[in-house]
Design a protein around this ligand. Structure first.
Ligand code: LLP
Length: 454
């Protein structure tokens, strides 16, 4: 697959809008006309809407940017951001390891051809069944999250005669300024072993004493959509200090450190830290920690999810009802909503929008983009400026929807979930089939129990 230089869009697009869309997005008079060399109106006609569209060039370029910037470190794709077989296939082909956090994500990675050794298994409540699957698949690293999990690992290990290779997830006490729902590095978290209370030190001791686990190192993940390197720098300092403490107090020389994911992206006007800068800061922070505490060279890992797939994806919707209120507010309804993108409703997330298809002239208009669900909180964008007034039948494109949209989609109001298509070099390939109402209905059993059916 060819990777084009970053020539985000034609001069005709507003730079504010164009910079948030994938690099192959083409604009005419503020309208998105093509992506990946494929006409967007054709995409909508062929695959219907709502439609998730992934730009293959953007995706691959982002994977390569991480691999290059973090050369010598392991880059593991956090598949929870977008767990689709075709996407994981690309990650594997680009030399990324893969993070999974459930049996379903594990199965997806295996189906995509990822070797067990290249998998990292996360989760604060992995079941015994999931640990059995992990053992069967020969998962490279289990990131242990709790004492209960250690006990489950012991049992599964004993039963199967298996030794799990593990990292221990530590909550380093680094607070971040991201949304409370996606903050994980602070002490009051359901994830990991708290460092400040001595829980993490206890966990190391407990894990070392178990036959069924081999402890290789530590893991931490601070949160998601983080827009500074400083929090990672602090975490690197704290985690290397803890590695030194383990070595001094318990005589255990651990040489692996996984600093998690969380690298932020642009949704509207955010200025995320470029990957190369993150890498430089992190390398220096880890090297400084190693020097300071006399640690051996560490095997380092990062786990980006959103920053790989987020900017590579857009969603295409068809506009339906347009309601204009006396005060000037205009509600522009689209044919999806919180069932295909929960982020605005759940986190107050913001997005960048553009009309899509065949351009026509008009004047700028402010609208609220809302979904079709029976809920006032079902919005995709508030106070969105569009270059022209849109009407029923028009297409609307939403940028940076590659991460945590498809994976968090639901059937609310029994809406079938959208299809996903990959575009590159003028070609399109379906990655996920569109659900139908039949698919949704297929899980329901007709009630036959007396007396309800009388
Ligand atoms: N590693 C671990 C252990 C994680 O828990 C996560 C994300 C990642 C890596 C990847 O983080 P990323 O690079 O994608 O930020 N649904 C929320 C995000 C939840 C993130 C959960 N963990 C959202 O839509 O913002």
């Amino acid at each position: 697959m060819a990777v084009h230089p970053t020539d985000a869009a034609d001069a005709a697009a507003s730079p504010r809008v164009a910079r948030v869309f994938p690099r192959t997005a083409r604009f005419v008079d503020g309208w998105l006309t093509a992506i990946g060399g494929v006409d967007v109106a054709d995409l909508a006609a062929r695959y219907d809407t709502p439609l998730y569209v992934l730009d293959g060039d953007e995706l691959v370029a982002r994977m390569r940017a991480f691999r290059t910037a973090f050369d010598g470190w392991e880059v593991a794709y956090a598949s929870k951001a977008l767990c689709v077989t075709g996407v994981v296939q690309i990650a594997a082909a680009e030399g990324l390891a893969v993070d999974v956090a459930s049996a379903g994500e594990l199965a997806t990675a295996l189906r995509a051809g990822v070797r067990g050794q290249r998998l990292i298994f996360h989760g604060n409540n992995k079941s015994t069944a999931e640990l059995n699957l992990a053992a069967q698949a020969g998962v490279g690293r289990i990131v242990v999250d709790s004492f209960d999990e250690l006990e489950r690992l012991r049992q599964v290990g004993e039963r199967r005669g298996h030794v799990f290779d593990v990292l221990l997830r530590v909550t380093p006490g680094v607070d971040t300024s991201t949304h409370a729902f996606i903050r994980t590095g602070h002490d009051d978290s359901k994830f990991g072993f708290t460092l400040s209370t001595g829980m993490a030190a206890e966990a190391v001791e407990a894990a070392m004493a178990l036959d069924g686990v081999r402890v290789h190192g530590l893991h931490c993940h601070l949160g998601s959509q983080l827009l500074s390197s400083e929090v990672y720098e602090r975490a690197a300092g704290i985690m290397t200090a803890f590695l030194a403490e383990i070595s001094n107090l318990q005589g255990l020389q651990l040489d692996e450190l996984n600093l998690g994911g969380g690298f932020g992206i642009t949704y509207t006007d955010e200025d995320p830290v470029p990957v190369v800068e993150h890498a430089a800061v992190l390398r220096e922070a880890v090297a400084a920690g190693c020097r300071r505490y006399g640690l051996p060279p560490l095997h380092m890992t990062v786990e980006p999810g959103r920053s790989i797939v987020g900017p590579a994806g857009i969603t295409l919707y068809e506009v339906g009802t347009v309601k204009a209120l006396d005060g000037g507010r205009i509600y522009l309804s689209v044919d999806g909503g919180m069932s295909d993108n929960l982020r605005p409703a759940l986190y107050g997330a913001r997005h960048t929008f553009a009309p899509a298809g065949v351009p026509r002239p008009g004047h700028a208009q402010r609208v609220d983009v809302v979904g079709k669900h029976c809920e006032s909180g079902d919005f995709l964008g508030r106070d969105v400026e569009l270059p022209v007034p849109l009407e029923a039948g028009d297409l609307l494109a939403v940028a940076a929807t590659g991460a945590y949209t498809h994976t968090m989609a639901s059937n609310y109001n029994r809406l079938p979930r959208p299809a996903m298509v990959l575009v590159a070099d003028g070609r399109a390939q379906l990655l996920v089939r569109r659900e139908t109402v039949d698919h949704v209905l297929a899980r329901d059993q007709l009630l036959t129990l007396e007396p309800y059916t009388r």
